[in-house]
Write a protein that binds this ligand. Structure first.
Ligand code: E4P
Length: 223
């Protein structure tokens, strides 16, 4: 399963990229707004740091506006995936951009039928938002299971990847991997939590204190 970071925060992107963990990035207007500053600088920098796919989202809601913005966004780099909303105009833009060789991520997907239609329109990725479904008392992960089953039934005709979005905690990641989702996009805080375990911290502390004891009898010893 590929791991994308769901952020426009350059510090987090550099940090996790230096650990070799990132296959790509997803952004949206809210994430860019959270960072402040000029979004153009952030988008340019992200596409430079990351070699894999970087989703940058349009803000127009009509077909021609999305096409114009999609082409402009693609100028940031060959790794740019244009993110369009799951609307009739979004799907029309998805079809046109995809047929011109520009990959598209259809975002704000909340039902299996929306995912099916996005795949029919030629999307490279569909982004089902599981956390937002959980927030309203529905089972976000069930949506991933349904989309996976549908795409698997037609794997000879669909190449669309399931990009699990709106992830809230590490168990979402485990469950998405068990289902066989193609990608998860994670807020930095979730990736941070996945890295750590209290037994790792205690184990390391013990190793270091035992080493200090050993050093008392061997003051010059080095590893
Ligand atoms: C995905 O591409 C979206 O940017 C994101 O996952 C939305 O998550 P949220 O529901 O936490 O805003």
């Amino acid at each position: 399963m590929k791991i994308f970071l769901d952020t426009a925060n350059l510090e987090s992107i550099r940090k996790f990229n230096d650990m070799g963990l990132l296959d790509g990035i997803t952004t949206n207007p809210s994430l860019l707004s959270k960072e402040g500053g000029n979004p153009k600088d952030a988008m340019a920098e992200i596409t430079k740091i990351i070699k894999g796919d970087v989703s940058l989202e349009v803000v127009s809601t009509d077909y021609s506006g999305m096409m114009e913005e999609g082409k402009r966004l693609r100028e940031y780099g060959k790794n740019v995936v244009v993110k369009v909303p799951m609307t009739p105009d979004g799907l029309k833009a998805c079809k046109s951009l995809s047929s011109q060789g520009i990959p598209v991520n259809v975002t704000l997907v909340f039902s299996p039928n929306q995912a099916l239609l996005a795949a029919k329109s030629g999307a490279k990725y569909v982004s089902p938002f599981i956390g937002r479904l959980d927030d309203i008392g529905q089972d976000g992960m069930h949506l991933i299971k349904e989309i996976k089953e549908i795409f698997s039934n037609y794997k000879d005709s669909f190449t669309t990847q399931i990009l699990v979005a709106s992830v809230r905690h590490p168990m979402h990641v485990v469950d998405a991997a068990k289902i066989g989702a193609d990608v998860v996009t994670l807020p930095p805080a979730v990736l941070e939590k996945m890295l750590s375990h209290p037994l790792t911290d205690i184990g390391l502390e013990n190793f270091l204190s035992d080493w200090e004891k050993l050093k008392k009898g061997n003051p010059d010893v080095k590893i």
